[in-house]
Design a protein around this ligand. Structure first.
Ligand SMILES: [Zn+2]
Ligand SMILES: [Zn+2]
Length: 362
């Protein structure tokens, strides 16, 4: 018997817990799993393995309770709408399926390439650019909004560096371990946490533009600033093609680990505390590399670097204080001056913009 999704939800879950008003893939509530297993005649373990919660201990660890899932794409659920392009797909895979289905991997921010077809994944309808909402579609391979057949979408070839990143992530998710150069990670979430921090260093924060410029030369991808969807400057809030570019850059950074990493970070003027920025639990493998190879904690940065850090904090919108500066870059004799320079009004009023002068066309 076939159900449309709404009827299935109503029949097997009623409204408790309210599945369609949340990210259903992330729900590992035993009642939801049991309802799904019973309703579809599936073994309970198989049903549980389709949830993204099954990646606890492989991709992330211990974060479900706080509702934060590193490297999982948010779908931006609002009521029963999905506002963010967190459901990726490969049209060629869907076209090859006897009954098209969405792969679990397509919800992950470590995936930007179909390894089978070596093409970039898509994350929106090719007809109307809507994020996918499969529970609203008349079939999984059809856009809910405009009825475009997603199997007919054109794709771009994948960048070789991005393919390597996707393959490395896929291998680690399958085996539960991974390695960067001589560092072996016996628990793959630790490696994913290091990779995520490298991604964060590339896409935002002080000196990230300088780092991108260095990496652009090594990976042959653009060094333009990253554009985020959904307003948060994190790796999970990049579109599929922006993440593809980040994956290519991360691969360049981990090549010959940790030598290329240290060389690029130093060339970009990125120092110790910025490399570990906002990281609550720094993995030992990263801490050792950064401690040994980047400017040490006792280093006292020149005033311009402190001002740059203060500007970075101010841009995040919660004011700027000496305490925040200390947290970001450690002790410095320049904190007071940097805060004053960032908070002080400009000495001369901003000039009116110059009148536009039409340019000659020849
Ligand atoms: Zn494919
Ligand atoms: Zn559409």
């Amino acid at each position: 018997m076939f159900f449309i999704p709404y009827a299935f939800v109503h029949t097997y879950w009623r409204s408790e817990p309210p599945v369609l008003s949340r990210d259903i893939d992330l729900m590992s509530d035993p009642r939801v799993i049991a309802g799904m297993a019973f309703g579809t005649g599936t073994d309970a373990d198989v049903a549980a393995s389709t949830s993204l919660g099954s990646l606890d201990g492989l991709l992330f660890s211990d974060c479900g309770s706080r509702g934060i899932y590193p490297w999982v794409l948010p779908v931006g659920v609002r009521n029963r709408d999905r506002k963010l392009p967190g459901q990726q797909y490969c049209p060629h895979c869907l076209a090859a399926d006897e009954r098209p289905y969405l792969r679990k991997r397509w919800r992950l921010a470590v995936a930007s390439v179909c390894l089978e077809h070596q093409r970039m994944l898509l994350d929106r309808c090719n007809g109307c650019a809507s994020p996918l909402m499969p529970f609203r579609s008349r079939a999984l391979h059809v856009c809910w909004a405009c009825n475009t057949d997603l199997r007919e979408a054109a794709t771009e070839p994948a960048h070789p560096h991005a393919v390597r990143f996707n393959q490395m992530a896929q291998d680690a998710l399958r085996s539960g371990w991974g390695s960067l150069g001589p560092s072996t990670f016996h628990y793959s979430p630790v490696m994913f946490s290091v990779l995520r921090q490298l991604g964060r260093t590339i896409i935002s924060g002080p000196r990230s533009q300088a780092l991108r410029t260095v990496l652009s030369g090594l990976s042959n991808v653009s060094d333009r600033p990253f554009v985020f969807v959904g307003g948060r400057g994190e790796v999970e809030f990049l579109s599929a093609d922006e993440r593809h570019r980040m994956h290519a850059m991360i691969t360049a950074l981990v090549d010959d680990w940790p030598h290329t990493y240290l060389a690029c970070m130093s060339a970009a003027g990125m120092w110790h505390s910025w490399a570990l920025r906002d990281m609550p639990n720094v993995p030992h493998a990263l801490r050792t590399v950064v401690d040994a190879g980047l400017r040490p904690r006792t280093y006292s940065p020149p005033v311009e670097e402190v001002v740059e850090a203060a500007r970075y904090i101010a841009r995040r919108g919660n004011g700027v204080s000496g305490r925040q500066l200390r947290r970001l870059i450690g002790d410095s004799i320049h904190h007071r001056e940097a805060v004053a320079r960032v908070l002080a009004p400009p000495l001369v009023p901003a000039l009116e913009p110059a009148e536009a002068v039409p340019l000659s066309q020849d």
